[in-house]
Design a binder for this molecule. Structure first.
Ligand SMILES: Nc1nc2c(ncn2[C@@H]2O[C@H](COP(=O)(O)OP(=O)(O)OP(=O)(O)O)[C@@H](O)[C@H]2O)c(=O)[nH]1
Ligand SMILES: [Mg+2]
Length: 347
């Protein structure tokens, strides 16, 4: 190895040590329950800092305590209003709670919820409530990974309940809801909303149905429709209750808290080992492929695989042949994944 190159490595080594020390300090503050450290770690994970995987690896053993509750449903159904109510209920029960809002269009902590100004301000200062939002724009499918890792951090932080609110009824919502232990689908008695929910497949994943805005006409009809769909959904096991609420005036919300708790108990009593191992396998494959992708991208950015990359850049080699050439040559592959910056491929 040329001298300059060794010198370069020594320097980056020192920088890396300082970085490690900073990260260690941050993780120690996290372990001590410092909310600011939680926020900083979430930001790193959200921005896909290279340390992201190491962070999650470090905190993983502390996860598994929280009940993750997904709340989804059509825009404007009253999800955020409901979540704000739930925050108050859980705090009254002495539970530590975290909210992850995906693309929030309605506020959680700003005190904008009707007459709840004072109470929401209390939450804001309350150490038992952590509220964070995550934008899906421009995240190129990395959203569910970021959400997964943020949930891990919130769990390891000691949250009893983690609520994820998503807007809408699309594929992204379904993939985010995959993170939830308990999924609450919120609808309203508007014409067609029940149908929209069923079309989107949300009724398949609902563990609890909430028909909010029950002050409006048609709530009983939607409730009956949803109950029928639960009835038709074959099999024994958990039967999703259909609850009427008026979140805006705090009516029916206690029953939602009860249903979520009951579903949590049900899950604990009916641990499905096969499903769990499937979920762990899926997570492993996702983490592995994402990690490989990130390492390859970093390596290329750092000038790894210069021979092949040079040919690709010049248009002499098509990307498929180039990828195959790397993948089929053990040494090139290992160099790329392990030390993309050391440029050992063919020089
Ligand atoms: N009539 C009535 N209005 C309600 C009720 N609950 C919430 N709302 C109102 O419905 C509107 C939408 O509520 P949000 O909580 O922002 O709904 P959301 O589902 O979070 O909306 P997005 O995040 O935009 O999808 C607000 O104006 C609420 O005040 C209710 O029980 N009855
Ligand atoms: Mg909302």
């Amino acid at each position: 190895m040329p001298v300059e190159s060794r010198h370069h490595l020594a320097e980056t080594g020192a920088a890396a040590n300082a970085k490690d020390a900073r990260l260690d300090a941050m993780l120690q503050r996290f372990d001590a329950g410092e909310m600011r450290a939680l926020a900083q770690l979430i930001t790193m994970v959200e921005n896909r800092a290279p340390e992201s995987s190491a962070i999650i690896e470090r905190i993983y053993a502390k996860t598994g305590h929280a009940q993750v509750v997904g709340i989804t449903g059509p825009p404007g159904a009253g999800k955020s209003t409901l979540v704000n109510r739930l925050i108050a209920k859980y705090r009254a029960l002495g539970k530590k709670i975290a909210i992850l809002a995906i693309d929030p269009s309605s506020p959680f902590s700003g005190g904008a919820v009707l007459g709840d100004r004072v109470r929401m301000t209390d939450h804001y200062k309350d150490n038992g409530v952590y509220i964070r939002s995550l934008a899906s724009r421009g995240s190129h499918g990395g959203l569910s990974r970021a959400a997964r890792e943020i949930v891990k951090l919130l769990d390891a932080y000691g949250s009893d309940v983690i609520i994820i609110e998503t807007v809408g009824v699309g594929q992204t919502e379904l993939s985010i809801m995959d993170l939830a232990d308990t999924t609450v689908v919120v609808t309203v008695p508007e014409a067609g909303d029940g149908v929209q929910v069923m079309k989107a497949g949300l009724n398949e994943i609902a563990d609890v149905f909430v028909v909010n805005k029950a002050d409006r006409e048609g709530a009983d009809r939607v409730k009956a429709e949803l109950e029928l769909s639960v009835h038709l959904r074959s099999g024994e096991g958990w039967r999703a209750p259909v609850l009427l609420t008026q979140a805006a005036v705090d009516r029916g919300v206690d029953a939602v808290v009860d249903a979520i708790a009951k579903h949590g108990e049900y899950l604990r009593a009916h641990v499905d080992a096969a499903r769990e191992s499937e979920r762990r396998t899926r997570e492993f494959v996702e983490v592995l492929s994402a990690e490989l992708e990130e390492r390859a991208a970093r390596a290329v950015a750092d000038g790894g695989a210069p021979g092949v990359l040079g040919e690709v850049r010049a248009g002499k080699l098509n990307p498929y042949s180039a990828a195959r050439r790397i993948l089929e040559d053990r040494k090139s592959l290992i160099d790329l994944i392990h030390n993309g910056s050391s440029k050992t491929e063919s020089d």
